[in-house]
Each structure stands twice: as structure tokens, then as C-alpha cells.
Design a binder for this molecule. Sequence first.
Ligand SMILES: Cc1cc2nc3c(=O)[nH]c(=O)nc-3n(C[C@H](O)[C@H](O)[C@H](O)COP(=O)(O)OP(=O)(O)OC[C@H]3O[C@@H](n4cnc5c(N)ncnc54)[C@H](O)[C@@H]3O)c2cc1C
Length: 444
Amino acid sequence: MSRSGNKFEVIIAGGGIAGAAVALFLSHLNVHVTILESRPYRPAIHDGGIIMLGPNGMNVLQGLGLADKLLQRESGLQVSHITINDGDGQLIGRVPQGSVERHGFLSTVILRWDIHEVLLDEVERKGLDMRWNSRVQSVDESDSGVLVHWSEAAEMKEKKADLLIGADGIWSMTRPSMYKCMGLEAPKPRYSGLVGIGCILSIDAIPGLSKFLTLEDPVVMVHSRLGFVGMMRYDKDGKKIGWWTTHEASERSREEWNIPKEQLFRELHERYSKSAFPIPQLVQTSEALDERPLIVWPVYEVEKLGKWHSKRIVLIGDAAHAMPPHSGQGASQALEDAAYLAYLIRQHLDQRSDSVQGSAGTELHSLLDTFQKERQPRVDEMIDEANRRGDRKRETSQIGMFIRKWILKILILFMSQKWMDRWFAYKVPGIDEWAGLRSAATQE
Ligand SMILES: Cc1cc2nc3c(=O)[nH]c(=O)nc-3n(C[C@H](O)[C@H](O)[C@H](O)COP(=O)(O)OP(=O)(O)OC[C@H]3O[C@@H](n4cnc5c(N)ncnc54)[C@H](O)[C@@H]3O)c2cc1C
């Protein structure tokens, strides 16, 4: 395969949130994009559970013209705050989650699948070259380009590009391949010692739950001595809730994480039977469901990377900085990466509008350097905060819990909407300018 015409040729490994978003931004430029996605087909509903998308993530979707589409979906509630309780049901505090006046949006509680669907619908509508069942296997890099080898169904394929964007998530294949091109070994994901277990239920399945988890107060998170439990309403009708626990567990093999239902619930009863309403009821009701109701996800992390890029390969999203789920910012940061990288490529191409093919390696290298220098401090701050939050989900003594509760109370006192500005008010440079490019493309 060869490069197409006079266009800047980009291959994206991974068609998840970061990969689909960067492809859509680049589709407004003189760029030919190929997206290689290892999944055999579009993911089914409930894939990935329920997440919070911060106002900063919504601002990126707005840049793509997709914020309204997301807000129109069946799932998706706007939330202004999260309520934090202790295991006895006592209020610890309320953490603001954005304000329309300050940040443009509130936070949105939604199925991760819905965010992905909105992006994939647009990828399809625009007819981008998205190849399912295509797994990147290895990469060769030179000064003049990057050669990507992948398996597509049963066939091996290869293509040369000006740039490879590794958006292939925490278990990235691009990360070790890129490090190998630099003669280095990439850090591997390692188990954090915490496991998440979650389930979706009808709110009416538990008497009194709709009064506890109201539409004004739809997200409650509980810090108890033996673990953490979160619960959120997430659909517009207010009929469904997602709940999950995060607690300590020893590492198991991939097969062993497929814990038998009886054992899973025995462990949950032991851990949470003395917690205040509605935690024991959530466990009991989930156990009574016929099918295997719980999703189990061991939390893996990757040490902070020294290198997010080589000469012609760059990592974005979880591939660059596996964001622990405790920050509620993984998807938002993946979207910010996509928008910022596309912005830098836009500037790069504007400056070389005469001839874009085979962009000089030195220019590209400095662009990728800027990308890492600008993005990494922000992302690192969030990873540090996520790790602190993760540590507060580990087991502790009665005294430890007492201290933890008071630290949390004091911390929350400082968490005003203004304090949240550093996360939520951030706007990716040039984000508002994409609207002009979109309307120019529509008029052509
Ligand atoms: C339990 C849990 C809760 C979370 N909660 C939140 C939250 O509340 N708020 C939030 O913002 N974020 C949350 N996150 C994190 C968020 O989902 C991720 O940070 C985000 O999805 C990262 O996007 P990504 O595109 O980088 O990676 P992914 O979404 O993982 O996409 C990577 C894609 O690459 C594909 N792929 C992998 N290997 C290859 C290969 N070799 N070749 C081709 N394709 C490949 C995969 O199939 C996948 O589609 C949570 C995550 C978890 C696990």
C-alpha cells in the first residue's frame, strides 16, 4: 500500500474515544486517516460501564459539533455535584461537578458506550476509513515515515504513513513498539491492588432507593473502612442506576478474575453487610438477578512515561497515560489529547500548505515535543489526584477511617466551583475554531 495523493498520511491505532475523536478532527484537514481497530465490530450496549464526562470533555465534543448529540441520547444526566457519605450514611460533603456559567456545561453521567457511539456515528457519517478487526502488530520507523504492520481478519497488511497515532488504550501495542524503535523497553501495565465490581439495576427494584438517590442528588459515593461504593442514576427517565464498588483484592490471572457468582457475592456480603442503606440492598438485589449481573474490572496502571513520542509515532489517551478510574477524567483527557494534537497538526499543515507530503522529520519531532510538554503536566496532576483518591478506597482501621473522613471533610470545604476551574474550565487551544472549518466543509 502507498500514501494517498498529496495528503498528510496518518494511521491511528485504536478506534476508541481518543482514536475516533482525533480522526474526526483530522478529517477537517488535508489529511488522509486510516483507523485500525482490533475489535471485530462496533461494541454492544453497556460496553465500558457508566462514567462521568467533565465539562472540559464536553467542550471538546462541542468542538466536534457533537455535544448536543450526546445530550440528546436516552442515557445521560447532567449533574452539578457528587454527594460523599461515610459507611454509616453520614454526609461527608458535596463536591461540585461544573457549572454552565463557569464551564459551559455540567458534568454528564452517561454510559461510556454512548460517548463512543456518538463519535463512531460521525466517523461513519463522514465515511472515514475505519477498519474493524484490524490489530496493529508491529511498527518500523525511519526518518521519512513509519511502516505499520497489522492483521486484518486473517490477513497481514502494511502501510507507510507520515505519522502513527497510538490511541490503543492501556494495553497499547503501539507503546512497546514505539519504545522498541527508540531502543528502549516500555513500562508494562501493573495491577494496582484495587478491583472494581459493578452492576446496573432498575431503581424500583429497591424500595426507598428513588428517595435516597433523587434526580437532584443523583450521584452518591460512600467511603467505608473496607472499601468504596458509588451509585448513580444515569438515564433521563430516572429508571436505572449503576452501582459499583472499588476495594482491595489480591492479583489474579485473567481466568481467575472470572470469579464464580456465589464466591463474588459471598465476598461482597462479608465486606458490606454492615454498611448503611442502600449498600446491602444493592448487593442482595444484584445477587437475585438471574444472569451473571456483575462486571469485574481489576484496575491496572502504567508508570508515568518519559516518552510520549518518537520521531513519527505519538501516544494519546490511555496509551500515553493510563488514567486510574478514580479521577473521572480518563475520557475527558483522552478527548483533550485528541483535540490538542489535531490543533498542532493543523498549525503544522497551515505553515506547509505548499507541500505536505512527507513532512520533514525535524518539524514533526518538534510538534510532538510540544504536544508532550503541554499535555503531560496537566495529565500528571490528574493522575496524582486519582492515585490519592484510589488510596482512600483501600482498607483501613477504625482510627484510620476517622482520620480519612476528617481529611476528606476539610478537602471538600476547599472544593468550590472556582477550585474546580483548573480541571473543568480548561479549553484546548483553538477548540472554537473547528466550528468554522466544519461549516466551510459543509458549504463545499
Ligand atoms: C471502570 C472504569 C471507570 C471509568 N470511569 C471514568 C469516568 O468516570 N470518567 C472518565 O472520564 N473516564 C473514566 N474511565 C476511563 C476512560 O474510560 C478511559 O480513560 C478512556 O476510555 C480512554 O480512551 P482511549 O481511547 O485512550 O482508550 P480506549 O477507550 O481503551 O480505546 C482503545 C481502543 O484501542 C483498541 N485497540 C487495543 N489494542 C489495539 C491494537 N493493537 N490495534 C488496534 N486497536 C487496538 C481497543 O479495542 C479500543 O477500542 C473509566 C475507566 C474504567 C475502566
